[in-house]
Design a protein around this ligand. Structure first.
Ligand code: NAI
Length: 253
């Protein structure tokens, strides 16, 4: 293995790491040699994931919208080793007609998908700054490239974090902190399960229209996250890395 791709000696904090894409990122980072801390809201899910992920994984029950508790969380994590890699992965979605969207639903999505990644990155970068190195990854979405049906508030947030990665790449670069976003194609997770993409016809249609044929696997995001976080990407910052089998770069008709 190319030595630059190794994450040995690094500690990664993955929010929402007990399931879906977050779990796959945690798993690939562990395989690449990192220590991984996963956080989420449900202790049973975190416990179960940690048992599968092995000795180099630990967990804290933590709701990312609890902005006032970030320092407490980071102090606990730092006791073992400070965070070298932050993956802002935790997310929710509400899919509904634009005209039915209520302000409190908008706020709920923004709190999890925009405010939390923004404020947690600030709290973690404050500590990375002292050490003159660090790596932050946001998860964006194809909704930042293609207009998608009934996910307007989600699109606002995902476009926001994609822009934030660029903005922070500029502001945090001088401190040796790289910041990028990862843009997944359709990945079959709990979140996708809740959308209208789950019918066999829709799934087949997506698979067929994808130039590389098939669905993006969570592991594909895991491997891309390892690359972005590793020294193999040491001069890459401010990009949105699309992992979608070519969907967004193709004319699908
Ligand atoms: P998922 O539902 O399996 O994972 C989301 C995780 O975030 C869950 O573990 C959930 O418990 C956690 N979470 C939600 N709110 C939280 C909070 N307040 N505090 C702590 N943890 C919280 O879904 P998936 O698909 O793995 O989503 C991961 C990320 O990828 C999300 O940001 C999502 O928007 C994004 N994404 C997913 C795509 C897909 O096709 N599945 C496509 C593009 C982006």
């Amino acid at each position: 293995m190319m030595k630059e791709i190794s994450l040995e000696g690094k500690t990664a904090l993955v929010t929402g790491g007990a399931s879906g894409i977050g779990y796959a990122i945690a798993s690939e980072m562990i395989d690449a040699g990192a220590e991984v801390v996963i956080v989420g809201r449900r202790a049973d899910k975190l416990q179960e994931a940690t048992e599968k992920l092995g000795d180099r994984c630990r967990w804290y029950q933590f709701d990312v919208t609890h902005v006032d508790e970030y320092d407490q969380l980071l102090n606990q994590v730092d006791e073992k080793s400070p965070v070298d890699i932050l993956v802002n992965n935790a997310g929710i979605n509400i899919k509904k007609d634009f005209f039915d969207f209520r302000a409190e639903e908008f706020d709920r999505i923004v709190e999890t998908q925009a405010k939390a990644p923004f404020m947690l990155s600030q709290a973690v970068a404050e500590r990375m700054k002292e050490r003159k190195s660090g790596n932050i990854i946001f998860i964006s979405s194809l909704a930042t490239i293609l207009g998608m049906h009934e996910i307007q508030a989600y699109t606002v947030c995902k476009s926001g974090v994609k822009g934030l990665a660029r903005s922070l790449a500029r502001d945090l670069g001088p401190y040796g902190i790289r910041v990028n976003s990862l843009n997944p194609g359709f990945v079959y997770t709990d979140m996708l399960e809740k959308t209208n993409l789950k019918t066999p016809e829709r799934l087949k249609e997506i698979e067929e229209k994808t130039p590389l044929k098939g669905f993006t696997q969570a592991k594909d995001l895991g491997m891309a996250a390892v690359f972005l976080a590793s020294d193999a990407a040491r001069f890459i910052t401010g990009i949105d890395l699309v992992v979608d089998g070519g969907i967004s770069s193709s004319f699908l008709i």
